[in-house]
Design a protein. Structure first.
Length: 146
């Protein structure tokens, strides 16, 4: 089973909001992750993507990157979000697509080394959502592991 499929199944089983949003992890590769959700179950009263849905999918994308990174380094840990910052710049009128790039290898190495040495670590993940090719939202989430 591919790790992308494994993550989709895990989130569908353990995160009811993921299923309610009809979200899915579309890509999980060496460059980063991409998660999406259709507009219909995530629409607000103005006919655009609900900000809470955008925040949730961004948060889940950062969580998925953290989980994938741990797995790739042979580690398992509890993952939790400790802080986040959102900036909304334009409305999303279609599918919500959240993307995050892999951090610089030195950042990943520090994160994994900290976990192995101390049994806990934190790092910050940046997630973006675009609308018509333009930035619609940025999300900086700090994730902790133990």
């Amino acid at each position: 089973m591919s790790y992308q499929k494994e993550l989709n199944e895990y989130l569908s089983r353990h995160v009811p909001l993921f299923q309610a949003m009809q979200a899915r992890l579309d890509r999980c590769d060496e460059t980063g992750l991409s998660m999406s959700a259709p507009l219909a179950p995530n629409i607000n009263d103005k006919g655009i993507a609900f900000g809470g849905s955008m925040a949730a999918i961004a948060s889940l994308t950062g969580w998925a990157l953290t989980r994938a990174t741990l797995k790739e380094h042979g580690e398992t840990a509890e993952i939790f979000i400790t802080d986040s910052n959102l900036k909304f710049m334009r409305p999303v009128r279609g599918e919500i697509v959240a993307e995050c790039a892999r951090p610089d290898p030195s950042v990943t190495a520090r994160f994994i080394d900290s976990y192995r040495q101390r049994g806990k670590a934190r790092w910050t993940v940046e997630v973006t959502i675009r609308a018509d090719g333009e930035l619609a939202m940025t999300f900086l989430g700090q994730y902790g592991i133990f």
